[in-house]
Write a protein that binds this ligand. Structure first.
Ligand code: SF4
Length: 481
């Protein structure tokens, strides 16, 4: 287990023509809150120095109050999710590092696969790491080239030569410059927007919308954006033999009102639902989505089949997403706190329950049981993502096959474990059709076991050789069910 490196975060960077930048970063982080709820932070250049504030927990009033006092026209922000050992404030971002007379601060979304190699490489140069965050390692590698006279793009090129993994990142420095870069595969999203001479970079376009900025487009893989004074430079720093956009951003992680690679996430999810229409047979009374991610797919399925959507599960919106809770215990408790069945909608009904994906199976098992105990006559589960059978090493918290119910059970066995009357997954073809990008431009590694980078492939094969008995604590109930 590698503490502090399993993140699925959100980043934002803005260089403003005039005015105070901090409220804009704050609003942007509010729009990206779904990408990480453990800690948040802002670094702002106030005309004299780069100042950083970080807070544990949600983007809230305290961060807003502190940020407002910072002022400044250039800055970056971050919301963070991590797992073991990672939630401490020391690993929160942005990470500021002082070098010579200058300070750089980084906010990063993604995971570096060869973190240990980078750490050893830096140690060999006498450069120690203060945190367990791979973001610090990226910045130290960058600064190692920068201090030797490379410009920003040359320093990013050095990073790309040493780093394997996903990195969509923004940096600000004490010269008031803003830098953004995306890894050569484009694993994690990053987009750019503007308004007048103001430039913004964000994980998702919703962070631009909230600030009334216009989406220009995605930062291309292997490409960096440099904003300094009145100059804006967009330059490729690494060759990109292929793309590997994460399919899971469309299925689950991103907000439906975001645009990724020119595709509306909402439209993709409608098509994901539509593509499940052929899996419905027999008499069904209603389609019930697992809120919130699956609502759009349920709508798509309803439009194709004519079966009405019913809100059979009411969500307590003040309880966070279970998948991104750091422990199994927290996840199980959160399911019960989060969802309440609406008995008047469910009782006596044959239901198609639509969910976006099954990772561990914990949530869905509890939901099916809740629906049945509320009087549902039948519960037929339809999943908009194909079975997840392999870990993710690029920034989504799917760390081992042993956690994955589909890696260790047949569909029939999972159906029994869940207590469902039937279970059908989306096909890989259906997923690719719904996203509308060429298969070769997507990362589907957690569905196929075929990774776009060599070390991740090795790690997955190593993980697959581990005996299935090494089930993380807290999962036993599910596997024995
Ligand atoms: S392995 Fe899966 S979750 Fe990870 S980047 Fe690839 S598609 Fe996304």
């Amino acid at each position: 287990m590698r503490p502090g490196k399993r993140e699925a975060c959100g980043v934002m960077g803005i260089s403003l023509e005039r005015g105070n930048i901090s409220p804009l970063i704050y609003y942007g982080l509010m729009a990206l809150q779904h990408r990480g709820q453990e800690s948040c932070g802002i670094s702002v250049y106030d005309g004299r120095a780069l100042r950083t504030v970080r807070r544990y927990g949600l983007v809230g009033e305290e961060l807003q109050r502190v940020a407002r006092a910072l002022g400044g026209r250039v800055g970056i922000g971050h919301v963070r999710y991590s797992t073991l050992g990672g939630p401490s404030l020391i690993n929160a971002q942005p990470v500021p590092i002082r070098m010579g007379g200058e300070t750089f601060s980084i906010a990063h979304n993604g995971t570096i696969v060869n973190y240990e190699q980078l750490r050893d490489y830096l140690a060999g140069k006498g450069i120690g790491l203060r945190t367990k965050s791979d973001s610090e390692a990226i910045l130290r590698i960058f600064l190692d080239s920068y201090r030797r006279g490379c410009d920003v793009f040359g320093s990013l090129e050095s990073c790309s030569e040493r780093i394997e993994g996903g990195y969509s990142m923004v940096m600000a420095n004490s010269k008031g410059e803003l830098i953004a870069a995306r890894d050569p595969l484009g694993l994690r999203p990053l987009c750019m927007g503007n308004s007048g001479n103001s430039i913004a970079i964000a994980s998702e376009s919703v962070a631009l919308d909230i600030n009334s900025l216009t989406l220009i487009g995605d930062v291309e893989p292997g490409t960096a954006v440099f904003v300094g004074g009145n100059d804006v430079e967009v330059e490729r720093f690494a060759s990109c033999p292929r793309r590997a956009y994460c399919m899971f951003e469309y299925v689950y992680f991103s907000r439906p009102d975001s645009i990724l690679e020119g595709r509306s996430v909402y439209d993709v999810r409608l098509r994901l639902g539509r593509n499940l229409a052929d899996t419905i047979d027999g008499d069904i009374d209603s389609i019930v989505p697992v809120p919130d991610t699956s609502r759009t797919a349920a709508e798509g399925l309803s439009r194709m089949t004519g079966i009405p959507v019913a809100e059979g599960l009411i969500k307590n919106r003040y309880v966070h997403r279970t998948f991104i809770m750091p422990t199994q215990e927290a996840r199980e408790g959160a399911v019960r706190m989060k969802l309440n069945p609406l008995k008047s909608v469910i009782k006596g009904k044959r239901i198609v329950l639509v969910d976006d994906s099954i990772v561990r199976g914990t949530t869905l098992k509890n939901i099916v049981a809740m629906l049945k105990s509320s009087g549902a006559k039948e519960v037929h589960v339809r999943i908009t993502c194909p079975p997840i059978i392999s870990p993710c090493f690029y920034g989504i918290d799917i760390s081992s096959r042993s956690e994955l119910i589909a890696a260790n059970n047949s569909v029939e066995a999972i159906e029994r474990i869940l207590g469902a009357d039937s279970l059908v997954y989306q096909s890989l073809e259906g997923l690719i059709d719904a996203i509308g990008l060429p298969r070769g431009d997507l990362c589907n590694a957690c569905l196929t076991g075929e990774y776009p980078t060599p070390m991740a492939q090795e790690r997955a094969e190593e993980d697959a050789r581990r005996p299935p008995s090494q089930i993380p604590s807290g999962m036993e109930g599910i596997w024995r069910a």
